[in-house]
Write a protein that binds this ligand. Structure first.
Ligand code: COA
Length: 337
């Protein structure tokens, strides 16, 4: 037994406005058939005008505390880590505002930018803070409003991404307990930085002193290359992690992959040699919600797919950067709110 970060609460939030594939085909030159056959997505949720990622994060974090049955004071939260690609402002970070609105005073709060791998990155940083003794309780949140960065001229990205938020509460415990985070594998390859990017808005563009084209402020993605890299990196990372912690493929009961695309999730399970029915899929309902996708899929696994106490869960994600990360835990007695 050793000190470990233990998952003790899970909260999720989706904005109320669902956008069906039918509605997408009224806005863009696309069809329900194209979207479902290429991505597996049936619908996604987009935030209403005036709603930010921070607003969604506050809801999810509050629900994670509720799921643990604790008030912010009782939980003794010492840190809030927020993964997001769509912060409320370029500066400052969104996490301090979220922490204050959740009712946490003077706790460490910061954002993590690892695009769709953001939640696993945030989980790793938070877990290390607990294991090192620096923190006893951390809220880890993933929140996105991709609807604010999608190019209204780009039908490919517009049909894929959705808004939402998810959060987990971690507490100090020991590695033998269900819910303990048992290991991570993390990586990045900046040589592929152009596969996913927003060209304008950062110092690279601003230092040129030239006003950007409107389209440069939107999210761009080289879909086919991203597809191939996502399958390869999530598979390799999962293999490395399972080998390191000594879990066999057969023993993994749920693979909760970043919900990019049904075809990617099935391909990863196939390459790992895990039956595809163990791959948790909720991208059909919510689209790709980037750093919110893993906690949203975890909640779906518990509520819709009987993920039960004591079952082995593998989390794996891939995102812009490019970045990737995987984590392993045994599911605890936690009911999502
Ligand atoms: N509706 C209809 N047609 C569309 C379309 C849409 N929404 N989006 C693209 N198309 C068209 C293209 O214009 C192209 O037409 P053309 O052959 O006449 O040029 C055709 O569909 C094929 O486009 P392509 O980009 O090659 O399709 P694809 O089979 O690779 O599927 C993705 C596109 C984006 C669905 C796929 O590449 C993918 O899932 N990539 C991974 C994306 C992802 O998950 N990103 C996040 C990871 S973190």
């Amino acid at each position: 037994m050793s000190r470990a970060a233990v998952l003790s609460g899970l909260g999720t939030y989706l904005p109320p406005r669902r956008i069906s594939n039918q509605e997408m085909s009224e806005r863009f030159d696309t069809s329900d058939e194209w979207i479902t056959s290429r991505t597996g997505i049936n619908g996604r949720y987009w935030a209403d005008v005036g709603t930010s990622s921070g607003d969604l994060a506050v809801e999810a974090a509050t629900r994670a505390l509720k799921s643990a049955g604790l008030s912010p004071e009782e939980a003794g939260v010492d840190s809030l880590v927020l993964a997001t690609t769509t912060p409320d402002h370029p500066c400052p970070a969104t996490a301090p505002d979220v922490a204050a609105r959740v009712g946490l005073s003077d706790v460490a709060a910061f954002d993590i930018a690892a695009v769709c791998s953001g939640f696993v990155y945030a989980l790793e940083v938070a877990s290390n803070a607990v294991v090192s003794g620096r923190a006893d309780s951390v809220l880890v949140v993933g929140a996105e409003t991709y609807s604010t960065i999608l190019d209204p001229e780009d039908r490919t990205t517009s049909v894929i991404f959705g808004d939402g938020a998810g959060a987990v509460l971690l507490r100090a415990g020991d590695s033998a307990e269900p819910g303990a985070l048992l290991g991570f594998d993390m990586g990045a390859d900046g040589r592929q930085k152009d596969l996913i990017k927003i060209p304008a808005g950062g110092s690279r563009q601003r230092s040129n002193g030239v006003a950007p084209e409107a389209s440069d402020s939107y999210f761009t993605m080289q879909g086919r290359k991203v597809f191939a890299a996502a399958v390869q990196r999530m598979t390799d990372s999962s293999n490395k992690l399972l080998e390191r912690i000594g879990w066999s493929m057969e023993s993994v009961e749920r693979v909760v992959g970043h919900q990019a695309n049904v075809r990617i999730l099935r391909a990863v399970a196939e390459q790992l040699g895990i039956p595809t029915e163990r791959a948790v899929i909720n991208v059909d309902k919510v689209g790709n919600t980037s750093s919110a996708s893993i906690p949203l899929a975890l909640a779906d696994a518990v509520v819709e797919r009987n993920l039960g106490v004591g079952q082995r869960v593998l989390l794996t994600a891939f995102g812009g950067g490019v970045t990737w990360g995987s984590a392993a835990l045994v599911w605890p007695d936690v009911t999502p709110v």
